[in-house]
Write a protein that binds this ligand. Structure first.
Ligand code: PHE
Length: 345
């Protein structure tokens, strides 16, 4: 092996031994840098004859090309290794299940409420909202239930500080809404002209001391009120039957008005329904209280009961939602268990 072959081997070995690009560039300088071996060999040519210069010069060029090839190969190998390393570090496991954001959904009670609002909205009912902490006047007295009235014991009331109660029903909204309505149209009323009818529903939370599979201390009602100059029980019946048929999306049901008692309606009726098919077929289910608004309540609204008449109802939204969605335990609605709630998304 001549000195040039020897040099090529040394260069290849040094390049192979270089662990980093910086080390490789240092090794390169030793061989083909400005003052590297190849430059030194070229300088040595000066002392040779023309013929020797030719062969020796050609051999040095071959060496130089060889060193450059070795350098390029090593550079490429380093770059490949670096890329491979990087790819490994950034590897994605495409077999992992994706992390989804999980879309939320409306609570079944909210869905039932929105349904109720849409149906009554289509019949021209306004939707009103009011306080859950009520005073005695709106929750009881204005609804013809004075302090000594035995009907107060029909409700297991939550009393809170300051003589307030957690409203035991949505009926206080009858008074609240009507009083506002009357105020807005007081000029017409004073002039003896016809006031626009009161037609409203008021869905919301209600509270009673009661808790089992079909009763929750917090539950939901929707109050309905329609007062005008000629609104009768037959209007209540047609409005309510229409509502039930739309809510349950069937006409295969019976609805009956069973005589009952409420201090704020006279006459009063309990509304029961019975499905004509399905798992609940043939069972009467109570869904609402109702009746013709009591003259004293009309008076408390600021209206003349000789002129104004109407009906009211108060329905249990939770009960309606249970029937619509086939839920048999009311408490499921309020446990916050996602396994239950996710079924309504
Ligand atoms: N407020 C009554 C209840 O909670 C229901 C009702 C409302 C009855 C309106 C008649 C008229 O039981």
């Amino acid at each position: 092996m001549n000195d040039l072959d020897q040099l090529l081997q040394t260069a290849q070995a040094d390049f192979a031994a270089a662990a980093t690009p910086a080390e490789l560039e240092n090794a390169k300088a030793k061989f083909i840098g400005k003052s590297g071996c190849v430059t030194e060999l070229m300088k040595g040519l000066a002392a040779l004859s023309i013929a020797e210069k030719k062969t020796r010069g050609a051999a040095i060029n071959v060496l130089k090309t060889g060193i450059e090839a070795a350098l390029t190969a090593r550079r490429q190998a380093m770059a490949d290794a670096e890329l491979a390393e990087q790819l490994k570090a950034e590897a994605l496991d495409v077999s992992l299940p994706g992390r989804s954001r999980g879309t939320g959904g409306l609570h079944p009670i909210t869905r039932a409420m929105e349904r109720i609002e849409a149906i009554f909205g289509s019949m021209g009912f306004d939707v009103a909202d009011g306080p859950e902490i009520e005073n005695d006047w709106f929750n009881f007295t204005a609804l013809n239930t004075p302090a000594d009235h035995p009907a107060r014991s029909m409700h297991d009331t939550f009393y809170v500080e300051g003589g307030h109660v957690l409203r035991t029903h949505t009926s206080p909204m009858q008074i609240r809404y009507a009083v506002q309505h009357v105020k807005r149209h007081q000029a017409l009323i004073d002039a003896g002209q016809s006031m626009p009818e009161i037609r409203v529903i008021a869905p919301g939370r209600t509270y009673r001391v009661d808790s089992d599979a079909t009763h929750s201390p917090m539950f939901h009602q929707v109050e309905g009120l329609w007062v005008g100059e000629n609104i009768s029980f037959k209007d209540l019946k047609s409005v309510y039957v229409n509502f039930m048929q739309q809510f349950f999306e069937t006409t295969d049901m019976e609805i009956r008005f069973r005589p009952s008692y409420f201090p704020f309606t006279e006459p009063s009726a309990e509304i029961d329904m019975m499905f004509g098919s399905g798992p609940l077929k043939g069972r009467w289910l109570e869904v609402s209280g109702s009746g013709q608004v009591h003259p004293q309540v009309i008076r408390n609204m600021g209206l003349d009961p000789e002129r104004y008449i109407g009906f009211a109802f108060g329905s249990g939204i939770d009960r309606l939602a249970m029937l619509r969605y086939g839920v048999n335990d009311l408490r499921l609605f309020f446990d916050g268990d996602l396994r239950f709630l996710a079924q309504f998304k």
